[in-house]
Design a protein around this ligand. Sequence first.
Ligand SMILES: Cc1cc2nc3c(=O)[nH]c(=O)nc-3n(C[C@H](O)[C@H](O)[C@H](O)COP(=O)(O)O)c2cc1C
Length: 648
Amino acid sequence: MKKWRFLLGYASETGQSKSIAQGIVDIASEQHKICADLFELDEVDKQFKLEEESVMVIITSSTGDGEPPSNASKFWRKIRREKKSDLLSHMKYTVLGLGDTNYSNFCNCGRVLDRRFEELGASRFYPSAWADDAVGLDLTIEPWLQGLWPALKETLAKLNTSSESSIDNLSQSIDQINFNQEIKPTVERQLSSCNKLKSDEDSISYSSSLAELTTLTLPPKPTHSLSVKLIESSEESNQVLDGSQYHAAKLTRRECLTHDVAIKPVISMELQLSEEEFLFEAGDAIKLVCANDENEVDLLLKRLECLDKASHRLEISISPDNTKKSTKIPAYIPPMCSLRYALTNCIDIRSSPRKNLLRLFVDCTTDDDEKRRLEELCSREGSEIYIKYILEEHLSILDILNHFPSCKPDVAMLIEFLSSLMPRFYSICSSPLDDARSIKFVYSVFNFAASNGRTYERFGVCTNWLNKIDIGTKVLIQTRISQHFRLPLTLDTPLIMIGPGTGVAPFVGFLDHLYLSSQSISGFDVNNLNTWLFYGCRHREHDFLFQEQLQMYQQINVLKHLFIAASREEGYPFRYVQDQLKINGQELANLICNRNAIIFVCGDIKTMVRDVRETIANILREHTEITNIDEYMKSLETSRRYLLDIWS
Ligand SMILES: Cc1cc2nc3c(=O)[nH]c(=O)nc-3n(C[C@H](O)[C@H](O)[C@H](O)COP(=O)(O)O)c2cc1C
């Protein structure tokens, strides 16, 4: 019988789409005996040809302002530029987009690809879906996956009717398929009620709400495609990551921008590049390679009972049982490195574990109560508790292991199933006109107490690392060029810049650039500028970032209007940037509607992005005759006059 196959193309910036795609490959082969050929979208024309594919499933996130992840840029260009309107008329497809509704261009990359495939003649065999990180990706992904398999089988069967497989056989096999494994509870009610005695309420380790369920639907157990061995070696296992795609930059300056009493310290950093070919502009960001905290790595090694093997060399090969064509030895782990190096520099040990890993943990757990709770947490029925106790509280792999002491996974499992440690992004707050080889950026120092399920205190991965490295250390960076978050070419276009906290960073870069242009370009008259900055802090005396610099720009007319909000300052009337926007509503409406102003918003998605958009919409509602504000706001976005640079 001919083997069924389909093409699974993914694009991922921080690894989520990739791990979902890998999960699909596993389910396809193990539960449905279908071969999914997995490739990055940018491997088009090298590993696969669209003209030759009959069935394709695309999984992609969006990054920047609705842009494709970096491993889909070639594919994106190819698809968008393609002129042959019937190029894909032979193809059936569906798309799973990953995004975040806090971004105004929600799932834009997935949506554009979906539309473009249709325009090029392809037809959807199953509805595309858009998963939202803001509420939990699994809420959309789980039901979508459930329906994918019957639709996929029906499609593959139709394509194969001329060959050995028949639709009748297929319908029968679809009937027999249980999308997910239905399992009986591993513990009986007696144990569940014993659990209840420990707590009336659910917590990460004790259940009450799911305790009565006698059946749980678990995700499929991922199979091992890699063989990971720890080799005791007298030779030094010290091969490090290949940094050839990055630029090495030396840390030359570190300065705290906030007062000692500030709740969230903000640090400014300056990096000096040695290479010529590093091009950036105000508005761009850098991608910075960082490492996990040494103590956290030690705690994990200890919990995994392999502290004594930390210096052993990792030997990773493709397992002899592997059946997946797409299996590769992870390129993000150097071939001759130690276990400690891999856990410190290559593997993301901080992110919350996905459900497929929890599923593997079930089998490494001996205590029945703990086993049952892990099953609940990774089950379809337990989606809410998984989001509430694990995702929302940002529990790490170590937290989970600490909560389930009888769970004893092999370290090899973590090496295989955890994602790679991703570089972090920071907006540049300087201009190349100042020094084309020097980059400045800022970050705030967060700490997360050991509470709400978190079993140890922690800081942000990259900021903690940045705080600890010495002046003179070389760090690896790349530029992330902004496609649109840039100064306009015309001097007199009004700029409305909204950036609370470290969100002010790119605007400091913009103003620096305007100031330096006024010093170096003849005919550049600062009087033509129309620049508005809305900045927010907690207390103007504690954490007013770049205060002197901004006030200087104001004095020399580079910054025309500076409005400050201070959320914790008693008696000060403007708590949030939105309050300042409202007070200036009339003038802002005029700038937006009659003067073609560009609105730039930068900051943390959780705190203000939605509120600022809502405030701008209300200002337009109140001060203009525009009847369809929603449409007008959308038109501002599509015409690139409402631009975001935000992070979570
Ligand atoms: C810097 C950055 C920019 C983002 N921009 C968007 C966006 O414009 N639209 C959107 O829907 N989601 C956006 N997201 C959210 C991601 O698409 C979402 O978190 C997704 O799950 C990441 O999947 P990945 O790990 O496969 O890249 C952005 C995330 C980051 C970190």
